[in-house]
Design a protein around this ligand. Structure first.
Ligand code: IPE
Ligand code: IPE
Ligand code: MG
Length: 263
């Protein structure tokens, strides 16, 4: 890790294993069903979900990941009952107030992706504070997708590029994949190698639509509050046993972790 790390007292991250992902995305799904199965209100599932998130961030540091993106609230989640939306907003505020210090001490840089304009000013201020305080940390970048939608992000990038063309700053022919990616909220962040979704659903639900082009997917039947270090490790092991081809032929992109262990 770079000497620019703001908090030098944080423990060193574990050396990354060969074949291990650099960037993991997590669709934290199933809180409501976890609660319903226990006869509890949905909010209790969300509360337990925050605990699972804490454990996941700690594990990501231990596993030596560089980037962890967590899907906290989709643009479509505004369709939920107003009370549940209010509960989720409250949980986000509490998470930042309670956990920002520990995240900062652990060398975590927080980045929030998604729209800000329709969020309440107090939430916007907290998100900005979390980003500003941790901006120089380098151990793990925790990307929180909040009020996020992949299609909306792509449409916003297209709008921004159209404006640059209209203003004469760039030519239409300048627009390629790299230029487009620099206009997404994730500019500068490598694409996710692995996307994990809990709850048994096997869909993206508008998560990282552009960035997931060559991600590996691991779908777990467990609900998010039950996700823990062990489940994370198992998903990482499954990732490591896969061969990524990026359109090429078998063997072209090096060995999987499983191959390394065998030889
Ligand atoms: C994920 O759990 C949390 C958010 C989407 C905010 P859900 O609330 O979607 O739980 P299920 O899918 O209804 O069980
Ligand atoms: C995706 O879960 C969004 C988050 C985990 C924040 P949803 O529960 O909203 O997705 P759908 O509605 O089942 O596709
Ligand atoms: Mg859900």
């Amino acid at each position: 890790m770079s000497s620019l790390a703001k908090d030098d007292t944080a423990p060193p991250a574990q050396q990354r294993l060969p074949g291990a992902p650099v960037h993991v995305g997590v669709i934290m799904d199933g809180n409501g069903r976890w609660a319903a199965r226990r006869g509890l209100p949905r909010i209790e599932g969300h509360r337990r979900g925050v605990e699972a998130l804490r454990e996941t961030v700690r594990a990501a540091i231990e596993f030596g990941l560089d980037y962890l993106t967590v899907y906290g609230f989709s643009m479509e989640n505004w369709n939920r009952p107003v009370e549940e939306v209010a509960d989720l907003m409250g949980l986000l505020k509490r998470f930042i107030r309670n956990d920002l210090n520990e995240l900062h001490k652990g060398g975590v840089k927080v980045k929030v992706i998604g729209a800000r304009d329709n969020l309440k000013p107090d939430i916007r201020a907290l998100l900005e504070e979390a980003e500003n305080i941790t901006v120089r940390n380098t151990r793990l970048t925790l990307i929180v997708a909040f009020n996020y939608g992949g299609r909306q992000e792509i449409a916003a990038a297209a709008r921004a590029l159209a404006q640059e063309v209209a203003a004469g700053h760039i030519e239409v022919t300048d627009i390629d994949e790299a230029v487009f990616a620099r206009h997404l909220d994730t500019a500068g962040i490598p694409d996710p190698d692995l996307i994990i979704r809990t709850s048994g659903e096997q869909r993206l639900s508008n998560f990282l639509m552009w960035q997931a082009a060559y991600a590996e997917f691991v779908f777990l039947p467990m609900h998010w509050p039950d996700f823990d270090r062990q489940a994370f490790l198992a998903a990482m092991a499954e990732f490591s046993a896969r061969e990524r081809r990026f359109g090429g032929v078998p063997g072209q992109y090096g060995k999987t972790l499983a191959d390394v262990v065998k030889t």
